[in-house]
Design a binder for this molecule. Structure first.
Ligand code: GCB
Length: 686
């Protein structure tokens, strides 16, 4: 056997796998909460590493591929919260959902289903079923493979095409796909059915638990969770059908480096996959071409029977973050073309083309700092949420564009994808605009440390890294937000987790957003960058902004002294009702938010001078929906912007700070509208 065929054969075996039946057990959430916390019995030795995900390339059309969107209006039925698996037993997927006799609800995709209707679908616990029909052209039948790809379904999904199981997946915010060529009616109408389950258990990432409460109308299941953002559910991101040739490029991995002399280096690896028929096709070579913004070839390589290589790019145009260079977010197009021998007269034919945007940059770190292209970074940004009125967590391009305009308006250069992976479209946007990303997996507030949870946690990171490893904007992986890392069980848990993630980290440092204290945290010792969340003058010492500088500088120094690593504050802030004013400042007023921020700025400036404090992140970019609690007025109001993306007073202050930092650190000019004319005696102090 010719050696270069090995990856193809290997991948073929994968693609012929019998589709797994729906793992019912995963859905059976134990209502009797059994505390497993801190049990010394868990050694994690028996934890299986997750099976690596395959082929998560974003669907792009090309000379050899077609992409079709299945977004639009679907139909939805909800199951009885007490019998979420009724539809599986009764095989609702075998026929149109209307045949179940249940109420049919028109449901847009992508969107969370919660805020669309006027009834209690908002608080539904359990499964809902989505359905739509679509045509596939006859022409796709013989020469193509057809794939179905979901960019995110929250939380778990099982998918059928024309009544036959196509795939299943759990963990929201992450893509999954499957070949469906064998399930389709080509040239005919097809039905897709998706069962979506929003229940969280002790073993899901993130965790939650379902319990029963007695109401005036009988008992009902309720989902509880400790994180504060609303547990929106549904088909949150786009659904695509796409085609590939019978032998195609199934996956790509790229790393880049930039030398002081401006030489760019791109190391790439390519995976191929073939259907049974595709195995007959003989690849002759792979052409890899790097094209600059205007389409000129900046470097190229032709490989025969080798699926990895290195491109050297003299005088490369580097990828720079926003406000670190006059042309931030420079992207090349890396074009991969697979050629095969054609039957006729040994001619070579183009078999498959895939184009990947690539930014050339180096990332490195030491015990004091994080460097991009050799320059130490100071991160100024936000924790955010994917959240908006009506759509919930559904992808919305208008919102995405507005958010990036606001981010740039404030002069921010970074954000953390708190507390889960954000859409692939937002990652592409960040690449293009030069916004740096701390990429976080969905492990928020994890508490009960048990082996099955660890396996899922590893899997969430594996899937995230696989999806995002080629984005120049990603500068770190965040392994968790506010885990109960002071508990004894956290030590072994995080040691195992971080050991695993190091092996797949793809040239990025590891961090986390910690709310334990430096003296009791069992996680920070394993990280490259220590991140902490602290709500001085909000959750502690409410109303006392005069205590911030002292407490914050002492705390940051304690993290530094104990772990000797760069330190970032990932969350600080206070809830603020837009339009509520008070002089002197009083909590919840706009004045209070301004005062609280300003005190933090002073502490940050003191800390920056110490040489290891490398970032400040506000909580939160915008107000967002939470579960109903007495501490939230219509949601979490710590936004610098309102939920409909208008600035609170503090936004103008934050903007002045972030641009002042850009000026101080990167000699960037200030925007003209940063200050307004007051009088000829009062000058712009920046
Ligand atoms: C935190 C959490 C974040 C919350 C925030 C708050 O520490 O990380 O998810 O929204 O506090 O406002 O309470």
């Amino acid at each position: 056997m010719r050696r270069h065929w090995m990856p193809v054969i290997f991948l073929l075996l994968g693609s012929l796998q019998v589709l797994l039946a729906y793992p019912e057990d995963d859905f059976l959430v134990n209502a009797n909460r059994k505390e497993l916390t801190d049990s010394p019995l868990f050694e994690y030795g028996d934890v299986r590493k997750p099976t690596p995900t395959k082929g998560l390339l974003y669907p792009r059309d090309s000379e050899t591929r077609e992409v079709r969107s299945l977004d639009g209006m679907w139909q939805l039925v909800r199951s009885d919260p007490f019998d979420p698996l009724q539809g599986i037993r009764e095989k609702w997927f075998m026929d149109a959902l209307r045949k179940t006799g249940r109420e049919i609800i028109s449901m847009p995709v992508p969107a969370s289903y919660n805020d669309i209707t006027t009834d209690n679908l908002r608080d539904h616990v359990g499964t809902v079923w989505y359905e739509r029909t679509f045509f596939v052209p006859r022409s796709w039948k013989t020469t193509q493979r057809t794939w179905l790809r979901f960019s995110s379904v929250h939380y778990a999904a099982v998918v059928w095409i024309n009544g036959r199981n196509a795939t299943s997946h759990s963990i929201g915010h992450l893509p999954f796909e499957s070949e469906i060529s064998g399930l389709l009616s080509f040239g005919g109408n097809n039905r897709i059915t998706v069962m979506c389950d929003n229940r969280l258990s002790n073993r899901t990432i993130p965790q939650g638990s379902v319990y029963e409460v007695a109401t005036d109308d009988g008992s009902v299941p309720v989902q509880s969770y400790t994180f504060d953002f609303f547990n929106y559910a549904g088909i949150h991101r786009s659904v695509h059908l796409y085609t590939t040739p019978l032998l195609h490029i199934s996956d790509l991995e790229v790393t880049t480096q930039l030398t002081n002399e401006g030489l760019g280096r791109i190391d790439y690896r390519v995976w191929l996959e073939a259907s049974k028929e595709g195995l007959q096709i003989q690849p002759t070579h792979l052409r890899v071409q790097l094209r600059d913004k205007v389409g000129h070839v900046a470097a190229q390589q032709i490989n025969k029977a080798v699926y990895h290589g290195t491109l050297l790019v003299p005088n490369a145009t580097p990828w720079w973050p926003y406000l670190m260079h006059s042309d931030p977010g420079y992207l090349y197009n890396l074009q991969f073309e697979l050629f095969v021998s054609s039957n006729e007269k040994e001619l070579e034919a183009l078999q498959d083309t895939y184009r990947l945007p690539v930014g050339i940059r180096s990332l490195s770190w030491d015990n004091d700092t994080l460097l991009l292209n050799g320059k130490p970074l100071y991160l100024r940004g936000f924790g955010r949420h994917e959240d908006s009125d009506i759509r919930g967590k559904g992808l919305d391009n208008a919102l995405l564009a507005r958010d990036f305009n606001l981010l740039k308006w404030t002069g921010a250069n970074a954000y953390r994808t708190s507390h889960y992976p954000y859409s692939e479209e937002s990652m592409q946007f960040a690449d293009q605009h030069g916004i740096m990303i701390i990429d976080e997996c969905p492990a928020v507030n994890i508490d009960i440390f048990e082996p099955q949870l660890l396996e899922n946690h590893m899997s969430s990171l594996e899937q995230l890294i696989h999806r995002d490893r080629n984005h120049p904007s990603v500068i770190a992986w965040s392994v968790a937000n506010e885990p109960r890392s002071n508990k004894k069980g956290a030590l072994k848990y995080f040691e195992s987790l971080v050991n695993y993630v190091r092996g797949i980290a793809h040239g990025r440092p590891l961090t986390a957003a910690i709310n334990a204290n430096s003296s009791s945290c069992h996680l920070a010792q394993f990280l490259d960058i220590v991140g902490f969340n602290r709500y001085n003058s909000w959750y502690q010492n409410s109303g006392r902004t005069d205590m911030i500088i002292n407490l914050l500088t002492i705390e940051a120094q304690s993290w530094r002294d104990k772990f000797g690593k760069p330190v970032i504050q990932f969350e600080y802030g206070g809830d603020t009702m837009e339009g509520m004013h008070s002089l002197p400042a009083f909590i919840w007023s706009e004045e209070y938010q301004v005062e609280l921020f300003s005190r933090h700025f002073k502490a940050f400036d003191e800390l920056r001078g110490r040489g290891w404090f490398i970032g400040e992140f506000v909580w939160n970019f915008a107000d967002f929906r939470t579960a109903q609690t007495i501490t939230r007025v219509g949601g979490n109001k710590k936004g610098v912007f309102t939920r409909n993306r208008q600035p609170k007073e503090v936004a103008h202050i934050l903007r002045r700070r972030y641009f002042a930092l850009a000026k101080e650190l990167d000699m960037f000019g200030l925007p003209e509208d940063l200050t307004v004319y007051i009088s000829k005696h009062i000058h712009n102090e920046l």
